[in-house]
Design a protein around this ligand. Structure first.
Ligand SMILES: [Zn+2]
Length: 247
């Protein structure tokens, strides 16, 4: 079985700030990993003062550079306008994602949980689209929400008591800290966000050793008992041997 992961996010940098250690880990272990990004992030702040180039162009290039570092097979853009996703009629983007999935046939989908981590309306909208698409297509077997440990999420947003749900899956990305950092630093037009979130200079908020996920939905005869350490747990290979640990 050819293992495939599709990550779907709203903006260039969401993949690098988010589950980039996990994406790099799987890409380096023979999994075909693709990224579908809804916008080019053109409505963000631009930390580069010495250019007239449109921000969307800059951010597209930054994302492609980060994707190369992470080992992603392909990046595709849905082409929607930044900061407008919640105003769109959901049917066309859902159809677009569905079509993409039917072509690529990934076993694993990754997106945000209901909090969107930052509560950005674009993130929450993509979360809703992908959650709906998962149920419409037979191909993806597991749907993961990338999230943070609840105390971190609540520290940022104290009213988010339910967070993104209980963490089911923890991926050790300690070997990918440099890769993650390099991918994050590709998004140099977003330097203010990088400094706010990661503090590379001060070292108080270092790159995390682990990345956290909620298995939000699946189509397997499968029950989690404990914490998964592999997104492919419970998905059978061609010879019917489960990949990873079936808990
Ligand atoms: Zn974003």
């Amino acid at each position: 079985m050819e293992r495939k992961i599709l990550a779907i996010f709203a903006h260039p940098d969401d993949e690098s700030f988010g589950p980039s250690g996990t994406l790099a880990h799987y890409a380096r272990n023979g999994v075909r990993v693709r990224l579908l990004t809804a916008t080019r992030g053109e409505a963000g702040k631009n930390a580069l003062s010495n250019t007239d180039e449109p921000l969307g162009k800059i951010r597209e290039r930054e994302l492609l550079k980060a994707a190369k570092i992470l080992g992603l097979e392909k990046v595709d853009f849905m082409g929607y306008k930044d900061k407008t996703l919640q105003n769109l009629e959901p049917h066309p983007p859902i159809e677009k994602i569905l079509h993409y999935i039917e072509m690529f046939k990934p076993q694993i989908l990754i997106t945000y949980g209901p909090t969107g981590i930052s509560r950005h309306p674009d993130h929450i909208t993509v979360h809703k689209w992908v959650t709906q698409v998962f149920r419409m297509s037979e191909y993806p077997k597991k749907l993961y929400y990338y999230t943070l440990p609840k105390e971190l999420l609540l520290a940022r947003h104290p009213d988010l008591v339910d967070g993104d749900g209980e963490i089911t899956t923890v991926i050790d990305v300690s070997s990918y800290k440099n890769v993650k950092k390099s991918a994050i630093l590709c998004h140099i037009s977003q330097r203010y966000s990088i400094e706010r979130i990661f503090d590379f200079a001060g070292g108080e908020r270092p790159i995390p050793e682990k990345e956290y996920f909620v298995l939000a939905d699946h189509k397997l005869d499968y029950r989690i008992d404990g914490i998964e350490d592999d997104l492919f747990c419970g998905i059978e290979s061609g010879n019917k041997t489960p990949i990873g640990k079936l808990l």
